[in-house]
Design a protein around this ligand. Structure first.
Ligand code: 3HC
Length: 303
């Protein structure tokens, strides 16, 4: 198959307003990055006012924190705060050039968002998705203009991770890909182009890496011992810490998608499923001496 490569940069369109669908943790980080690097208005939306207000307030708080840490000037913080707003009305996207969805990982929900957006966004606007592993071809299958859909997959923490997967489907136009590439560069990311295969590239590797540690624990190795085993290699985070950063539910979803696509290569840990079902988000904690330990509740869930 022809590799999904970089397009002709001269086809890129200017972006003067951005929409972010979803106001959760990822969406907030994305909105902040766009406002900071593109210097354009960014409008967030969510399914209800309470979630939206919480999301926008979270972004404004993060800006205030950065100003307090002197990572930006008060003027810059005021400018950024004014750029990030929220609206429940999709008409707010009628003049957006680039809209990215970061709603929960459910194909139906994402399709619904895209169908609604298609009714309001300008004809040449880009419709991007931050999905970790869902098929972007399936997401755009019922749209009138699948050529403007593209994957734009960030990595946690979005402010610092340079990696960005730009995912083209067979229908994605060169203009859409060129605009996505130009936006990625303005965001100061180092994008790679991938095909629309299950979990693209990076999450396949990460899932394999984290999956093997989880399997070792499932097979009886003490969780703290298994998690600390790779520390001498100088990795920035242990696998369980990475699992916490990504979110156990997201990690489970990616693993399930990969298991469905490649059952002989990816297995789903029943212990991971149990941890997600228990609603656990904090997997590791720190002792008073700064040592990282597996949360006792999580260790107890591991059977
Ligand atoms: N949890 C959440 N955020 C963290 C964090 C943690 N444990 N540690 C640091 N951060 C955030 C900080 O809040 C800060 O955010 P800000 O820029 O918005 O203020 C930012 O990271 C930088 O913090 P530091 O300067 O203290 O950075 P460090 O030098 O401590 O490095 C790190 C932190 C960059 C997170 C480093 O530990 C690292 O590279 N870890 C690996 C991260 C990784 O592999 N990410 C990929 C996840 S996979 C994914 O997201 C894909 C998805 O589809 C599943």
């Amino acid at each position: 198959r022809k590799p999904a490569g970089a397009p002709d940069p001269s086809l890129a369109r200017a972006v003067t307003k951005v929409g972010v669908i979803g106001a959760g943790l990822m969406a907030g980080q994305i909105a902040l990055l766009f406002a900071q690097r593109l210097h354009v208005p960014v409008v967030l939306t969510d399914v209800d006012q309470a979630r939206l207000d919480k999301g926008v307030a979270g972004v404004h708080r993060k800006i205030a924190d950065r100003a307090a840490q002197r990572k930006m000037t008060p003027d810059e913080a005021n400018r950024l705060t004014a750029l990030v707003t929220g609206s429940l009305d999709y008409q707010a996207f009628s003049d957006a050039d680039f809209v990215i969805e970061a709603v929960f990982e459910e194909l139906g929900a994402k399709k619904e968002v895209f169908a609604r957006l298609e009714q309001v966004i300008p004809a040449d606007a880009v419709l991007a998705t931050n999905t970790s592993s869902l098929s972007i071809t399936a997401m755009s299958a019922d749209l009138q203009h699948p050529e403007r859909v593209i994957g734009f997959h960030f990595f946690n923490p979005i402010s610092v991770m340079p990696l960005l997967e730009i995912v083209r489907t067979a229908a994605t136009s060169d203009g859409t890909a060129a605009t996505a590439l130009s936006v990625a560069k303005t965001l100061k990311k180092g994008p790679i182009f991938t095909s629309d295969s299950p979990a693209f590239v990076v999450n396949r590797l990460l899932t394999r890496f984290m999956g093997e540690i989880i399997a070792a624990i499932d097979e009886g190795t003490d969780p703290a011992v298994a998690d600390a085993a790779l520390a001498p290699l100088g990795l920035p985070m242990t696998p369980i810490m990475l699992l916490q950063l990504v979110g156990p539910a997201v990690a489970l979803h990616v693993t399930e998608t990969l298991h469905e696509a490649f059952p002989d290569r990816f297995t789903v840990s029943e212990n991971l499923r149990r941890i997600v079902d228990a609603g656990a988000r904090t997997l590791v904690s720190w002792t008073e001496t700064g040592q990282q330990i597996l949360d006792p509740d999580i260790a107890a869930l591991w059977q």
